[in-house]
Write a protein that binds this ligand. Structure first.
Ligand code: HEC
Ligand code: HEC
Length: 220
């Protein structure tokens, strides 16, 4: 009986103080993510996306997409398999509340599989030119090749559209951005519901992908 009363009050306290309950369970829920995504979602290794400050709606959608195998990544698909819906929302809210930290990035490394694209990747002689090209493409797209303006959906400041669940791109690792844009381009990542990212990425050259990713990673 005493145990029952104790449990009753413990549950009551957790409900009265949702923040205490939230903090404990959120931290537990993300304990297995820190190794790759870093402390509070600021990953150190640039192949792992930063999650800090990303909008809740986008994060929750990605986790559900991995769970449903709509977005492919063996590690992530395995990790989310046992995570229930409520915990997905807790994790998404936790990372959305963190602050993203910039990691100033030089030019991404040349990719070995892109040998046929070599002239393309070498089209830029220096980082300054790369940042300028990335900036122009981001804000206005490429009229000639019909690449749409990224800013139309991801916002002029690249913070995304939280209500629509369009992701923030500001200060994400360039290496990850390059990788995921190539996946959209080749159709390996196709969890964008109406194909809008595939339509944008398939028109981008490797040089443009490198430029816009470097621009986004270094945004002030
Ligand atoms: C062993 C390393 C590893 C661990 C541990 C890990 N992740 Fe990931 N995560 C990745 C990689 C790699 C990607 C990029 C997948 C891709 O796009 O190919 C990723 C992608 C993601 C994305 C998509 C981000 C975006 O910008 O689209 C989310 C969200 C995510 N992980 C959440 C989590 C959560 C929550 C946990 C803990 C429950 C976790 N991850 C644990 C490696 C890991
Ligand atoms: C018509 C709207 C639209 C346009 C234009 C658009 N995007 Fe996106 N983008 C999206 C949506 C929606 C997603 C999320 C897809 C999903 O649910 O996985 C996305 C996802 C992304 C991601 C993945 C983010 C992550 O964390 O994994 C990157 C990178 C990206 N877009 C870059 C760009 C760039 C660069 C451009 C301009 C060349 C661009 N987008 C143009 C709507 C758009």
């Amino acid at each position: 009986m005493r145990k029952l009363v104790f449990t009753f009050f413990a549950v009551l306290i957790l409900q009265i103080h949702p923040l205490t309950g939230f903090a404990a369970s959120a931290e537990q829920a993300v304990a297995g993510c820190v190794a790759c995504h870093g402390d509070k979602g600021n990953s150190v290794a640039p192949i792992f996306p930063k999650l800090a400050g990303q909008n809740k709606k986008y994060l929750a959608k990605q986790l559900r997409d991995f769970k449903l195998h709509l977005r492919k990544n063996p590690t992530m698909e395995g990790l989310v398999a046992g995570i229930d819906d409520k915990t997905i929302d807790t994790i998404a809210a936790y990372y959305a509340a963190q602050q993203i930290q910039a990691t100033p990035t030089p030019l991404p490394d040349e990719d070995e599989d892109d040998e046929d694209d070599e002239s393309d990747s070498n089209a830029f002689s220096n980082t300054e030119e790369l940042l300028k090209t990335g900036h122009e493409l981001y804000l206005s797209g490429n009229l000639e090749t019909r690449v749409p303006a990224c800013s139309a959906c991801h916002a002029p400041d690249a913070m995304g559209n939280p209500l629509a669940g369009f992701p923030s791109l500001k200060n994400q690792h360039a290496t990850y951005l390059v990788a995921t844009l190539k996946q959209f381009r080749e159709g390996e990542r196709k969890n964008d519901s109406t194909g809008m990212m595939h339509m944008s990425a398939k028109r981008m050259s490797t040089a443009e992908i490198n430029a816009v990713s470097t621009y986004l990673a270094n945004l002030k």
